[in-house]
Design a protein around this ligand. Structure first.
Ligand SMILES: Cc1cc2nc3c(=O)[nH]c(=O)nc-3n(C[C@H](O)[C@H](O)[C@H](O)COP(=O)(O)OP(=O)(O)OC[C@H]3O[C@@H](n4cnc5c(N)ncnc54)[C@H](O)[C@@H]3O)c2cc1C
Length: 406
């Protein structure tokens, strides 16, 4: 592990015990930083194992400094996908524009990273697994903060009391639901559904994305390397937010089939692959916006607190930065003061990145023919543009060192 030169807590006082729910991105990152600051950390994850592979995610701007301080930047550089082209197609499959990907995503070539989500999760887990207890295939059943600690019972049996509990359990966080109420209160639906799954790469694609559009619909094939698999992506406009029934796998397949019934290009083959895929993931496109991220001895981090939606490409970076800021804010403070410092220091960064949706994300998927033509004109103007300097929001927070107060 790379030393950051940052002090860990002295061992003369009892180590604070913490429970983190979720071993995605935010959970292991928070575990790393809390462990380094002298906390005794347990992570509970409802899945049986870490999920390897998966769709590509971005680590940009301020988040690069977080992974550098964790010592995992070289490993992530090795895992970098290096996407070379992003090609937009019209309804008939003809090329509209082929651009350098960063001109659209706002990333910086040679600096920002794109890695398979599982490669990042593996790197985070490897950085903490020797120092942190992981409980897989389990989750929090009840959480009671009425006493002098947070009393937790686990679905798998057993109970423990912690000094603090953290919800890093993603957009549909049950920790958030337990403490703050139903997701509808905090979920801001952005008007689209999206689905991802893997299928065979029979297209000869390599290190590139091809994106087909008609008004209100998009289908993409994303080839992360020279493998025989591609990530398939379908998105379509739908004014009403998803309901509980939308989680039924057969209903999800029927919904996608109906939405793309008359589509051209490679979409019929994608739909056929979708029906047989064992990793189909479908959800609404939305953000989580909360007036507060903590309650009593419990705080939320990552998508559970402030999912920005994939339209921003910033979910992973917010999770990494949020974890660092939360752990650092607790240094030398009790949970009440620490959680307040976390919100004070991090909220503006989160807001700026959530606002990126208005700046570009949704305009990639216009819902009218006129808006689509305007988008295509803009894209043609980008064809000869080199990668830019990145979006200011990505680097809008300078990471403090968090030397504990004396
Ligand atoms: C299809 C797709 C494409 C995306 N593309 C991008 C992109 O291009 N760039 C980008 O930066 N981001 C992208 N994202 C977003 C990114 O994946 C998330 O923002 C990021 O993973 C957030 O990390 P997290 O740890 O907060 O949540 P998650 O990664 O969702 O992790 C939550 C973890 O909690 C676990 N969990 C859930 N409930 C419980 C429970 N009750 N008890 C215990 N464990 C539980 C889950 O199993 C999971 O392991 C994309 C997301 C999706 C779905």
């Amino acid at each position: 592990m790379t030393s950051t030169g940052q002090p860990t807590a002295t061992r003369t006082t009892r180590r604070r015990t913490v429970l983190i729910s979720g071993a995605g991105i935010a959970g292991p990152a928070l575990a790393y930083w809390l462990n380094r600051r002298g906390h005794e950390v347990t992570v509970v994850e409802k899945a049986g194992t870490l999920r390897s592979g998966g769709y590509p995610v971005d680590v940009r701007g301020t988040a690069l400094e977080v992974v550098r301080r964790m010592g995992i930047l070289p490993r992530l550089r090795d895992a970098h996908i290096d996407l070379r082209r992003l090609t937009f197609l019209g309804a008939d499959g003809g090329e509209v524009a082929s651009v350098e990907p960063h001109t659209v995503t706002g990333g910086v070539a040679g600096r920002d990273l794109e890695v398979r989500r599982g490669d990042l999760t593996d790197a985070l887990h490897a950085a903490v697994r020797d120092d942190v207890e992981f409980l897989f295939d389990d989750s929090i059943d009840t959480l009671d903060q009425s006493g002098h600690g947070a009393d937790v019972t686990f679905r798998g049996g057993g109970s423990r009391t912690y000094d603090m509990v953290f919800g890093a359990d993603g957009t549909h966080s049950s920790t958030r639901e337990t403490l703050f109420g139903p997701e509808e209160r905090f979920h801001r639906y952005l008007g689209y559904r999206f689905a991802v799954f893997t299928m065979r790469n029979t297209f000869g694609l390599s290190h590139e994305t091809v994106l087909w559009n008609t008004p209100g619909r998009a289908a993409a094939l994303y080839a992360v390397g020279d493998t025989d698999e591609v990530h398939a992506f379908l998105t379509f406009a739908r004014p009403e937010p998803p309901s509980g029934a939308s989680r039924d796998p057969r209903a999800q397949r029927d919904l996608l089939t109906a939405a793309f019934a008359d589509a051209g290009w490679e979409v019929p083959g994608m739909l056929a692959a979708m029906r047989g895929a064992d990793d189909l993931f479908l959800d609404g496109v939305g953000q989580i916006r909360m007036p507060r991220w903590s309650s009593g001895r419990t705080a939320l981090v990552g998508d559970a607190a402030y999912a920005p939606s994939f339209l921003t490409g910033q979910g992973t970076s917010l999770a990494l930065v949020g974890a660092y800021m939360l752990a650092g804010s607790l240094a030398g403070r009790d949970h009440t003061a620490g959680f307040a410092a976390y919100e004070d220091s991090t909220r503006e960064f989160v807001t700026l990145n959530q606002q990126l949706v208005a700046e570009g994300g949704a305009t990639l998927f216009p819902t009218t023919a006129e808006a689509l033509e305007q988008r295509n004109s803009r894209l043609r103007g980008l064809v000869t543009m080199p990668s830019g300097q990145g979006r200011p929001a990505h680097s809008a927070l300078a990471l403090p060192d968090f030397t504990p107060r004396q």
